[in-house]
Design a protein around this ligand. Structure first.
Ligand code: ADP
Length: 269
């Protein structure tokens, strides 16, 4: 459309003088929109051929004589990689939706205890061989106003990361608590931790502190970007604390009006 987007930078100097710089960022904004549309379209177009490939692979695996072990192994590899690609496409589409649409204002009351119990169970079955201790602390009647699927994606990503980046026999604490400021969700682990220098960039898409670990953990590299965008849509803030070799704590802070039985006062947050 014909809207013009202007960016103002205001600087105040010691002598009481002000400098106002006005920049026309319309073109930049349009290019950014084109990039987002392109990624969403490509992801969508990749879905169909991938579904066909996965279908044929499954048939091949099922019908191959069992003695063809080398072929079986190759097909299993292809199957595994096609599932990774599928996860990547799903995450790209979710991210495109989170970035490209207005948040739905018909917020629902999410019952947090059953949701978190389910995510705790999922986490326990993710790597049973690691024998991790996964502890949950949430009041039985805790609620949050928001989009159920989006909150589930965000919380699930944080919990899954804690499981992935915490070795054998580690401990993970999932907590929800409320105070005067609002509601807080945290996932604490005593896993590998993250070097300080990487923390500011951690929620960028595909940003990873250690590339060698990527194939090992099988993530899409989009998890924390998804968390970031879900939180923006819920007027919430993400805080990351981590020490290399000791562990990490990811905390989401939600404003008071989204929590508990209080009436919604200010929809804008
Ligand atoms: P992915 O896990 O798929 O690589 P994410 O966006 O979820 O992508 O996370 C980005 C990076 O942040 C990870 O690759 C990992 O290096 C780091 N990270 C996330 N959560 C944790 C955690 N709990 N402990 C240590 N490192 C983490």
């Amino acid at each position: 459309n014909d809207n013009i987007l202007l960016e103002f930078t205001i600087t105040r100097f010691g002598g009481g003088e002000w400098l106002v710089v006005v920049r026309d960022v319309t073109r930049l904004h349009n290019l950014e929109q084109m990039r987002k549309d392109f990624v969403a379209n490509v992801s969508h177009e990749l879905k169909t051929p991938l579904t066909v490939l996965k279908g044929y692979l499954e048939t091949l695996i099922d019908t191959l004589p069992p003695e063809q072990t080398r072929m079986h192994r190759a097909l299993q590899q292809m199957d595994q990689q096609s599932h990774r690609m599928d996860a990547l496409i799903q995450d790209l589409l979710l991210l495109a939706r989170l970035e490209g649409t207005e948040p739905d204002n018909n917020y629902h009351k999410i019952m947090l205890a059953p949701l978190l119990r389910r995510l705790q169970q999922d986490a326990l079955s993710l790597h049973p061989e690691k024998a991790q201790q996964i502890v949950l602390e949430v009041a039985p009647d805790a609620t949050l106003l928001g989009d159920h699927n989006e909150i589930q994606s965000a919380f699930s990503n944080l919990i899954t990361n804690a499981v992935k980046y915490t070795p054998q026999a580690g401990r993970i604490d999932i907590r929800w608590w409320e105070d005067d400021l609002g509601g807080h969700f945290s996932v604490l682990d005593n896993g590998v931790g993250i070097d300080r220098q990487h923390l500011p960039r951690l929620t960028e898409r595909f940003y990873r502190p250690d590339h060698s670990r990527v194939t090992h953990t099988g993530g899409t590299g989009l998890g924390l970007s998804i968390v970031k965008h879900v939180l923006i849509r819920h007027n919430a803030r993400l805080n990351i604390e981590s020490t290399l070799g000791k562990g990490s704590c990811f905390t989401c802070h939600f404003p008071r009006w989204r929590v508990g039985d209080e009436e919604r006062k200010d929809v804008g947050g």
